[in-house]
Design a protein around this ligand. Structure first.
Ligand code: BV8
Length: 239
């Protein structure tokens, strides 16, 4: 389970640290449906700025170490991320579940069309509208980032895949290890998976710059920057 901290050393700001994203952009204005309804141009400026930042960011040693581990473990490894920056995939990870969506995908704010890859940076009106559900003379439906905002449900298929993976290890009596990297453990339901893994007998590890809110859920907390801690931890795991 990864959070914004794994991408910090790729130059992408976290949410709640110093000069975090939520400092100058109150979350309810840019990461909630009501915020989008109130000022869609502001929300598009916020996400377009993050697309631009993520576009010039590169995966770091921690992302690469996870991709390496997946290559050696195959389907015994699963990566659930709260991040939307796409750096895990850029590092070569394939078994990735983007619990909170992706910066690089856009969807309609009204119809159920599937999200689509979108590398544009809309920042000012006219904001992009849906060409599937907008009929001539009918009010156009705005497109929106395919991101899970606060008070929106996570994709049940994504959540089901995480739970099935954890249960499979339990059913196979395989040793289960839950590793969280660079997350403050504040946002649910992502922050709850460690407890479920623990109930299934998993060893629980956290690699984080400093101790987070939910550190009690972890058997082991390794403090330090992800690019130093994660390769060392996974290197040991591989030996
Ligand atoms: C839902 C959008 C049902 C994408 C995000 C009260 C109690 C419990 C739950 C709730 C509650 N009130 C409301 C809720 C539900 C709410 C929630 O959990 N709120 C929290 C704030 C209490 N959850 C939701 O709304 C979810 N949906 O529950 O639906 C519902 C329906 C109606 C009403 C209520 C509920 C939806 C959650 C998804 C929200 N979307 N973002 C985007 O814009 O990116 S969440 C946002 O936070 C990001 O996705 C981010 O990934 C996520 C978690 O943050 P972190 O990744 O952990 O980042 P953070 O900055 O916090 O921490 C970084 C860590 O890294 C730090 O610890 C730092 O020390 C460390 N670090 C820094 N540098 C490094 C490092 N570590 C290592 N190396 C470094 N170099």
């Amino acid at each position: 389970m990864t959070g914004a901290g794994i991408s910090a050393e790729s130059g992408l700001p976290t949410f709640r640290g110093k000069d975090g994203l939520w400092e100058d952009q109150p979350v309810q204005e840019v990461a909630t449906p009501r915020g989008f309804a109130r000022d869609p141009a502001l929300v598009w400026r916020f996400y377009s700025a993050r697309r631009a930042a993520a576009d010039s960011a590169r995966p770091n040693a921690a992302h690469l170490a996870l991709a390496e581990l997946e290559r050696s473990m195959g389907d015994r490894f699963l990566l659930a991320t709260q991040n939307v920056d796409g750096l895990h995939q850029a590092a070569g990870s394939e078994r990735v579940i983007e619990l909170h969506g992706s910066l690089w995908r856009t969807r309609c704010s009204r119809c159920q069309r599937p999200s689509f890859e979108d590398r544009r940076y809309p920042v000012a009106p006219p904001l992009p509208v849906c060409d599937v559900c907008t009929e001539p003379g009918v009010d156009a439906a705005l497109l929106r980032p395919a991101i899970v905002w606060f008070e929106e449900m996570l994709d049940p298929d994504d959540q089901g895949e995480v739970v099935r993976f954890l249960r499979r290890a339990d059913a196979e009596r395989a040793p289960l290890l839950f590793l969280a990297i660079g997350t403050s453990g504040i946002v649910y339901p992502a922050a709850a998976y460690v407890r479920y893994a623990k109930e299934l007998g998993a060893g629980t590890w956290l690699a984080n710059l400093e101790r987070p809110e939910n550190d009690w859920a972890f058997d082991h907390v390794v403090e330090g920057p992800a690019t130093a801690v994660v390769p060392a931890m996974l290197g040991l795991a591989g030996s």
